[in-house]
Design a protein around this ligand. Structure first.
Ligand SMILES: [Zn+2]
Length: 113
């Protein structure tokens, strides 16, 4: 159900954009989803198709771009790549990491007709 509320949020953004641009139809939507965000892309696609039925985004293509995870390592004093939440710092092995990227999901582009 997490993905359903995300899909509804995406539709809200799409509708606001469409109204602001006086457009009639949405061709495609580009999403950026962080690899640490716990968003199930297949489930999100399914929910997106369901919530956009009979809306301006009906039949729109959903493109998904994965955003790599990054974290700030306290001992290293540096930004390091993070594949998974709970992983250690790849440089020093510390777990004192503050996630800085990869947990977000955002609508990057909306292509209207
Ligand atoms: Zn480190």
């Amino acid at each position: 159900m997490h993905e359903m509320s995300l899909a509804e949020g995406i539709l809200q953004i799409i509708e606001d954009t469409v109204h602001a641009n006086a457009a009639a139809q949405v061709r495609s939507v580009l999403l950026e989803i962080g690899v640490l965000s716990h968003v199930e892309v297949q489930a999100l696609r399914f929910c997106f198709d369901a919530v956009t039925r009979s809306t301006v985004a009906d039949g729109a293509r959903l493109d998904v771009r994965a955003v790599p995870g990054r974290a700030w390592c306290m001992p290293c004093g540096a930004s390091v790549p993070l594949q998974r939440l709970g992983d250690a710092c790849p440089q020093c092995g510390s777990y004192q990491l503050q996630v800085t990227a990869g947990e977000e999901m955002k609508v990057k582009e909306i292509e209207v007709a």
